[in-house]
Structures are given as C-alpha cells and as structure tokens.
Design a protein around this ligand. Structure first.
Ligand SMILES: [Zn+2]
Length: 295
C-alpha cells in the first residue's frame, strides 16, 4: 500500500466511502468472501450498490462490517479510518476530546471508538514468549499513596521488555511474588536472563531457572556490568508521558486497555505508519458491544 505519511496521503488514498469499503473487504477476505452468517466461502455475490452481499448458500445478506467492530456503528467508514490512522500513528495516541473535535462527533462516541480500536489491538496474538535478555519492573499509576496511613489506591503496572525487542505490560493486583512470578513464567522463556532492581519478589528467579542480574537503585547504582534496567525505564517514561498528557483520568477498570495500546505502539515501533495501519486492520475481527465494554 502507498505510504501514509500525513493527512494529505490519507485523504488521497481513502477519498470516499467506497474506497474504504473496498480496502476493508480486501483486508478481511482477500479474494475469498466468507459469509459471516454461515461461513461458506466463495458463494456470495455483490449487489450493484457496491456495498451489500448475498450468500448463495444461506440466502442471507451482509456487508463487510458484519462480524467486525464496525458492525453496529452508524458512522461512515471514512471517520473510522481517520480515527484508526490518528490512534495508530500519533506517538502518544489521541484523547477522546481531541478525536471528537477532529471528527465532528460527541466525546462519548469518540471514547467508544477509541476503546474499540484498542480492543482490536488487544486481540493481537502474543504468539512467542519474550526471550534473550529481559528487563522487568513495576510502576505505579494514578491515585494517591499515603504510606503513613497505609492508604494506597495507585494501580500497579508490571512491565517485561526484551532488550532490542518486544514488551509486555500487565495491570496487576499486587507487586508480590505470588502475582509477579506467574506473570514472568507465562511471558518469559525459561533460561532467559532477567534484569531488575532488587525488589524482593524477584529473589527466587534463579531457582525458577532464570539467570538474574540486579541493580541497587536505592544506592544510586544504575548499571553493574550488563545489569541495567534502562530499556524498561524507557518504556515507562514513554507510557507515563502519554497517559499523563493525554489520558488524564484512566480508571483502574480500563487501565489494561491502555497498557495494551502502549505495548502495541512499542512493539510496532519499527513499522511505518502505513504498515501499522495495515497491521491494525488485519485484526478488526471481533465485535465489542457497549455491554461488553462497560460490563
Ligand atoms: Zn451464508
């Protein structure tokens, strides 16, 4: 696909509704249309309006939106496409207030669109465990923390990053060993070397088969030999700049979606905007209703 380096490119490529629909059909089906009602392949014909299909097997009608996150939205695809372009190409993402102004829609609608766009990102397969040299760390987001009163409503995000590779971010309930160790074991390939600070939860990593290097942050030691956590610190600073600047109020309930969004952005950082846009559309299957979203 032609490169999408700016909004002019975007509008020349997706100049009208039909172009967007054709693109979505191509991304979804290629040359083999699958009926979303009965699953029969290559037995559907397209009406002259360029929009509606009819299945020769079950006789039901459908459009390319059926069975995707666009299914029950009345918004034109062109607005959706612009939202996807902005959400995937802007380094820090976009807020629902900003998006509502760009698209001439309510903030509520914009908020729902962004959550659906994130949902597609969420379902992107994390098919391979992290491997090689992996840095891990926990960070605290939002809320307030008053140690004296043992009052703490901050949310904890656990990050695991391959040096020079991919990242995984998880909203976790606690920073104890019982929560973090299973996360590590399900995400990091056994025998990978793990680097962290000296947090007690990580002490038993060598027993679990992970060579473990530590840095003593409280003694202002940030690098010891190969042991440093600069990569995961970089991920945090990016994540925090983004959510502080753009997503001011993130409820704990939705925090994982933002983690996934940033994880996706990090893991696709070497893609061009056009490649990332295509990659996102490869994942549009799967609906997300209001009920699922808010439930
Ligand atoms: Zn059918």
């Amino acid at each position: 696909m032609q490169e999408l380096t700016n909004l002019i490119d975007f509008y020349s490529k997706f100049s009208d509704e039909q172009t967007c629909r054709d693109y979505l059909e191509k991304m979804r089906w290629g040359d083999n249309i699958i009926c979303p009602h009965c699953g029969v392949i290559d037995n559907s014909y397209k009406f002259k309006d360029g929009r509606l299909f009819k299945c020769g097997a079950c006789r039901k009608q459908f459009t390319v939106r059926v069975g995707t996150i666009f299914e029950d939205s009345k918004l034109p695809l062109q607005k959706w496409f612009l939202a996807v372009y902005l959400a995937t190409s802007l380094k820090k993402g976009i807020s629902s207030i900003q998006l509502s102004k760009y698209l001439g829609i309510t903030q509520k609608t914009a908020w729902f669109m962004l959550h659906r766009i994130r949902h597609a990102v969420n379902s992107t397969g994390f098919d391979k465990p992290l491997d090689g040299e992996v840095e891990i760390d926990e960070t605290y987001i939002g809320g307030t923390r008053k140690l004296a009163q043992k009052y703490d409503n901050k949310s904890i995000v656990f990050g695991m990053v391959e040096r020079g590779g991919r990242a995984k971010m998880k909203h976790v309930k606690s920073s104890g060993a019982r929560v973090l160790l299973p996360e590590i074991r399900s995400t990091v390939k056994p025998a990978s070397t793990i680097y962290s600070d000296e947090w007690g939860a990580y002490k038993t990593l060598p027993k679990l088969g992970y060579p473990h290097g530590t840095v003593k942050h409280h003694q202002l030691e940030f690098k010891r030999g190969n042991a440093h956590t600069n990569t995961v610190e970089g991920l945090w600073s990016h994540f925090k700049r983004g959510i502080d600047g753009i997503y001011i109020h993130i409820s704990s309930k939705h925090l994982q979606k933002y983690c996934s969004e940033y994880e996706y952005r990090y893991n696709t950082r070497d893609m061009t905007d056009g490649e990332r846009f295509n990659d996102w559309f490869a994942n549009v299957h799967g609906r997300l209703s209001y009920k699922e979203l808010l439930g």
